[in-house]
Structure formats: C-alpha cells, structure tokens
Design a protein around this ligand. Structure first.
Ligand code: SIN
Length: 319
C-alpha cells in the first residue's frame, strides 16, 4: 500500500484566516484572526488527502509583512523540509504580498519537495468563502509527487503558479492572480502540470541575523524628479529599483543621479513598470546600473535577498 503523504502547514494570516463582524458585509473584515488549527478544522476533507502537522508562525495582514518576516518564514520552511516525515509544505498567507514572500522563499530554497503558498480573497465566514477550496487544493498539490521539483508554487482559484511569475492582478476578483506571458504551471482538481519549471542551479543563502538592507522601489512617470533617488540614498537605501516606462527607458534627467548613486555604493536596477523588460538597449548598459527582467516588486525582493546574503545581485535579478 502506498504511504500516505504528510504535509506541514505554516500559517501566517491573511484573509484566508480573516473574519467579518457582519457576515452580510464580508468586505469589512479583519485579516489574520483564525488559527492554523481552526483553518484545518474547517476543511475536513484535508485529512483524506494527507497527514497534517501545523505551525502558527505569524497571524498578520500581509501588508504588514517585512523582509524580516520573509527570513523567519524561509527558516520555518527549511526546518519543515528537513524533516523526513514531511513530503511537502503549505504556507497560508495574505494575498496582498503573497507574491513577494513566495518569491523570497523560492530564491533561498533548493528542495524537490513541494512548497505551496495559498490564500483567499474572501474571509472565512463570508457566505461563499474561497479559502477552503484553495487550502484543499494547496494541500493536495503539496502532497503530490507531480509537484516535486517545480520550485515554490502558489495555488489559488484552481491554478498552480510559479512563485517567480505569480502576481496579484485584481484587488477583488476570486480569480485574482495571474502569471503573465509565462503562463500558469498547471491546474488543480485534478492536478495537471502544463509546463516544466527549470530548476535553478543554486539557491541564495537566507540572510544572516541582523539588519537587512533597505531597498526602495521608485515609480518613474513623465517628468518625475531624480532627487527621489538622492533621498533614498540619504535615507540609507543600499539598493533602488527604478520602475520605468517602456522597456525600462530611463529619462536623461536621471542619468547624473544614477551615476552619483553608484558612486555612493547604491545598486540601481532598471525595470519596466509594466513588469516585462527586454535585454538592455544600446546606451543603457553604459550606465552603472543593472537591468532586471523581473517586475518591480520581485526585482526588489531579488535585490534585497542578494544584498542581504552578500551575493551577486546581477545573477539573482535575472532568474
Ligand atoms: C492580506 O493580504 O493579508 C489581506 C488581503 C488578502 O489576504 O486577500
């Protein structure tokens, strides 16, 4: 008889653990109220899928997550993955910054065991909550041999996304997440994998204890003032992501400030604010700045993770 899969669930809060005071007004609710035990007790079907252990790491609205939380989360995920009795890990998380936490954990993790993030758009006591289905699907994916070797995943609304690609693209739809041109990795119920995720040759170390580097994102529009970059530098930023129009097209007025930032030890990264950046155009590469193919929020995660681990930022901005 095949061994039953064992999944470790790490709860961090979010709307999936959210409760509305008035079930007739479910849009007014507090995120991060229910505990991990309450979450799994509300979905009895979970126990037919896998043996479960649970851990309440945080209970936050994910807007309040910080890079320090990412570091703590990565350590908790690694501790679970190191257990022989764990086949996969599920992280419940608020949807607002799920894509950032999942990408950080992806960058610092190298394990064939599935790590699956999930969340919900409706609080747990809404008339028709999406959390229970998402949780059941996430545990099913984490327990499945089909999900091994795919890196960190996000499972929401019957779609399986790669952590590198997933973004929240709607503030209210149940189908709130998309994976851009790369497309989703697969779907659930039943699990189908549409495309391979090429494993990275290495993982970043988790940043050691101590303060993490400050990395800011500046959104540049027509006529935006370059003194924003000087302000970031003065406030102690070690990295700045410039989210630029077009194909990361930097206004000439910014050239001097980018050169000065590099002289001051600040790593500047140019990305397209649309989220898709092609390789540098002639002229861009003579700037003392890096270009990343990642969308702005993910470029910030990669730059922060690389600077925090004193690793080669250029490599990690092109994963
Ligand atoms: C949060 O991100 O914690 C609140 C919003 C959500 O989970 O959908």
């Amino acid at each position: 008889m095949a061994k039953r899969a064992s999944v470790h669930l790490i709860a961090t809060g979010g709307t999936i653990a959210g409760v509305a005071d008035d079930v007739n007004a479910p849009q007014h609710y507090a995120a991060g109220v229910l505990t991990a035990e309450q979450l799994i007790a509300s979905v009895p079907g979970l126990f037919a899928v896998a043996d479960l252990t649970v851990e309440q790491l945080y209970n936050l609205d994910s807007r309040d997550m910080t890079p320090e939380h990412w570091r703590g989360l990565a350590r908790a995920v690694h501790a679970a993955l190191a257990r022989d009795d764990v086949d996969g890990v599920v992280v419940t998380h608020g949807t607002d910054t799920l894509e950032e936490s999942a990408f950080y954990v992806d960058l610092v993790t190298q394990s064939p065991k599935p790590v699956v993030f999930t969340g919900a758009m409706r609080p747990a006591n809404a008339p028709s909550p999406d959390g229970p289905m998402n949780l059941l699907d996430a545990v099913t994916v984490a327990a499945s041999p089909k999900a091994r070797g795919l890196g960190v995943l996000a499972v929401l609304h019957q779609r399986i996304h790669a952590a590198r690609d997933v973004t929240k693209s709607s503030p209210d739809r149940l189908d709130a997440f998309s994976s851009g041109e790369g497309g989703v990795v697969g779907r659930t119920s039943p699990i189908q994998i549409f495309r391979a995720v090429v494993p990275r040759e290495k993982a970043l170390p988790v940043a050691p204890d101590g303060p993490l580097p400050r990395v800011d994102v500046l959104l540049i529009g027509a006529g935006s003032a370059p003194d924003m970059l000087e302000a970031a530098r003065e406030k102690g930023a070690r990295g700045v992501v410039l989210a630029l129009p077009g194909n990361a097209s930097m206004p000439e007025a910014w050239r001097h400030s980018v050169i000065a930032a590099a002289g001051g030890g600040v790593t500047t990264v140019l990305v397209a604010r649309s989220g898709k950046t092609l390789p540098p155009k002639p002229g861009q590469e003579i700037l003392p700045a890096l270009v990343s193919a990642l969308p702005p929020a993910k470029a910030r995660v990669a730059l922060l993770a690389a600077l925090g681990a004193e690793s080669d930022a250029e490599f990690w901005l092109y994963v």
